[in-house]
Design a protein around this ligand. Sequence first.
Ligand code: GLC
Length: 435
Amino acid sequence: MLEDRRKRTKWFLEDRFGIFIHWGLYAIPARGEWIMTNEKISKEDYRVYFDEFDPVDYNPKAWARAAKKAGMKYAVMTAKHHDGFCLFDSKLTDYKATNTKAARDLVKEYIEAFRAEGLKVGLYYSVIDWHHQDFPHYGDRHHPERDNEDYKGRKHDFENYLKYMHGQVEELCTNYGDIDILWFDFSYDDMVGEKWEASELIKMVRSHQPNVIIDNRLEASGENSGSIMTRSPSFYAGDFASPEQIIPPSGIVDEDGNPVPWEACITMNNHWGYCSSDKSFKSSKMIIRKLVECVSKNGNLLLNVGPNARGQIPGESLEILAQIGNWMKDNGDSIYRAGKSELNKPEWGYYTQKDNKLYAHIFEASIGPLAIAIPSNIIRKARLLADGSEIKLIRPWNTMDYNDHAFINFGSPEHLTYPLPNDIDTVVELTLDND
Ligand code: GLC
């Protein structure tokens, strides 16, 4: 089983960087994707957004181009979020994009557009549903009607909900060609694992999509990773862990110390779904550095955008994506196919490594020569990754006590201090002598 997981996740762990897209009716109230339950909005009142939904500017080809230019290699979009609204043309519900003014299968267009740009495509699907009549209402921890006495004692045919949910997942697995990632969200309390008939679900998914990569949230939430962390993961433990809004302090390994594939999902501001007032965008510099941190710990970064009601990715997000792309264009070699190095984290930044290439990601300039924690005789050459220019290995007079380190510098005289060529992350590629 672990061997199957290793094979399935190979491309995923090489690609390292993807785009998450949270989009749905909640783009209209524009206070995040949990608004229905945060503000305890009834289905009837939420309906106004369904009636109004008209994303005239939806152009997934432009989204795909922006993601590709940013250096992203795969995408995951919300086919259905917790509010139950389907961006795809499901035969099992009327509550879908084709019945809004959009009148299009938005998932189909997304998949075609991203595939055409050469990105792998994934779908997020919420196993929670605040619209379906048979999903528990009163007393459920998250449902908008959790405190509404009118629903107290109301019977919900949960089996019927499961039939619906499995049916929709089957639609997604059969109507859109190869799906690269299925991103289920999420489990809580006793709503976990077999409560979703997870074994059946996975069997069905795999019968249609043998190579699809599945996250761990049929068993987990952001709060924990589930049995993927253990020696004997359950059948539905998933192919990768999905830490949310955090980068694990030292990557993720199982009980035996074997690496577990993982992907940190991170918002660009502080919301997944579009939030018009949230301007707390992370800088591209911060995001690039966090991507490097993920890779240095054998992980991926799934960076979110929340398109607005018109179907546009917010301008701030597009700008950030473009800035990330500028850096990735020159430095992507230190990210794709790269992972954790044997060396400890240096004080000035991070190392990533692939084969005999060690990448020094330098965030902070040194005073005088900058120390690389290996002796210089095992370094064949050092180059600035961005332009291939030679970085001289130096041994100025003030380094004589530190023979177990190699030293580099960005100017001359070599023992003095110079600004870094790239103040986001200067990457030096060190080719190691492996023999
Ligand atoms: C969550 C939230 C959610 C978001 C997701 C992304 O647990 O419920 O709205 O879609 O995580 O990781």
